[in-house]
Write a protein that binds this ligand. Structure first.
Ligand code: SF4
Length: 290
C-alpha cells in the first residue's frame, strides 16, 4: 500500500473488509521488516507518552521558559470538573487534553509529534477523550493511531504537514483531519466515513496561517490545539451521521497544498505577519527577547 491516495486506501480497506488500521499495521510490518506485534508495541509506547503529556500539562504551576504561557489546561479542567463548561463534557475534556499536551510541548516536555510538535495536542485530545467516554481499551486507541498515521502520510506526501511550508492549515489542519478519521474508526464508522471526516475537518481549516508570536510555538499554537480538537470532533460527528464531503479528501489535500504555496512567507512561521506582527505580539516578543 502506498500512502499517496486516500481513495485508494479506502478502496483497499473496503475490498478486503478490514479496517484502515489493520492495513497500515500489515504494511508497516512488511516495509520495516519486522513483526506486526513489534509495530503495535512501538505505537503503544507513543500512546503512553501522550497520556503522560496530558498529566504533565495540567499542572497549574507549569510555565513555559519564555513565561508567555501556562495554566490554561488547568483552568479549563476546573471548569469541566465543576460542570460549568458550556460545550458539554466530551468537548470540555478534549480541550483540556489538547491544551495540556500542547503546554507540555511549550515547556519542553516529552510529546509525540502528531504530526508536528505544534499540533501535538489534537490527536491525544480527541482519542483519549473518546476512549474514556466509551470505555474503550488502549489497543483500540493504538489502532486508531495507525489509521491517523495513514491519513497523515497521504497529506505529507501530497501536500505538507509543516507550518513553514503550508501555514497552520498544514499542522493543526492535518492533525484535525487525522484525528477525525481516527475517531470515525474508533466509533465503528466505515473507511469511507473516515475519509469524509478527514476531508470535512481539513476543509474547515483551509487558509489558516502560521503566525507564532516571537517565533515560539506557544501563542496562538496552544489554543489552536483546542480549536483543532473541536474541529476533529465536528468532522467525525458529521461523517458518522452519514454526511459526505462534497469534495473528496484527496482533492481537499491538493487544495491545501495550493493555498499553502500561495501564502506569503510572512504567514509561514517566520513570525513576521499575522498575530506575530500585531502591536501586542511585537510587545510580547520584546518581553521575551529584549
Ligand atoms: S501557528 Fe505555526 S507554529 Fe503554531 S501550531 Fe500553527 S503551524 Fe505550528
Amino acid at each position: 500500500m502506498k500512502y499517496d491516495s486516500i481513495a485508494e486506501i479506502v478502496r483497499l480497506a473496503e475490498e478486503s473488509g478490514k479496517n484502515i488500521s489493520d492495513l497500515v499495521i500489515e504494511e508497516q510490518a512488511l516495509s520495516l521488516e519486522t513483526t506486526q506485534e513489534e509495530i503495535f508495541n512501538r505505537m503503544k509506547k507513543a500512546l503512553e507518552v501522550m497520556k503522560e503529556a496530558v498529566l504533565e500539562g495540567v499542572d497549574p504551576d507549569k510555565r513555559s521558559a519564555s513565561g508567555l504561557t501556562g495554566g490554561s489546561a488547568y483552568k479549563m479542567k476546573k471548569q469541566v470538573d465543576g460542570g460549568r463548561n458550556i460545550c458539554g463534557k466530551i468537548f470540555g475534556e478534549a480541550m483540556v487534553k489538547a491544551l495540556a499536551v500542547s503546554q507540555t510541548n511549550a515547556c519542553m516536555g516529552r510529546i509525540v509529534a502528531a504530526p508536528t510538535a505544534g499540533s501535538c495536542g489534537i490527536l491525544p485530545g480527541a482519542l483519549l477523550t473518546i476512549m474514556e467516554d466509551r470505555g474503550l481499551d488502549d489497543d483500540t486507541v493504538v489502532k486508531a493511531l495507525f489509521t491517523a498515521s495513514a491519513f497523515g502520510m497521504v497529506i505529507a506526501n501530497n501536500a505538507s504537514i509543516s507550518g513553514a511550508e503550508g501555514g497552520c492549515q498544514a499542522e493543526c489542519g492535518s492533525a484535525s483531519a487525522m484525528a477525525a478519521a481516527a475517531l470515525v474508526e474508533m466509533c465503528g464508522g466505515s473507511p469511507q466515513m473516515a475519509s469524509d471526516a478527514c476531508a470535512i475537518s481539513l476543509k474547515n481549516i483551509l487558509g489558516l496561517v502560521c503566525d507564532p508570536v516571537a517565533g515560539l510555538v506557544e501563542i496562538p499554537c496552544i489554543k489552536r490545539n483546542a480549536m483543532g480538537v473541536a474541529n476533529a470532533f465536528v468532522g467525525a460527528e458529521l461523517a458518522l451521521a452519514g454526511i459526505e464531503s462534497a469534495i473528496p479528501a484527496d482533492e481537499v489535500i491538493l487544495a491545501m497544498k495550493k493555498i499553502g504555496n500561495s501564502m506569503p512567507s510572512a504567514l509561514r512561521e517566520t513570525a513576521e505577519g499575522g498575530l506575530a506582527a500585531t502591536p501586542t505580539g511585537r510587545e510580547l516578543c520584546k518581553r521575551v527577547f529584549g
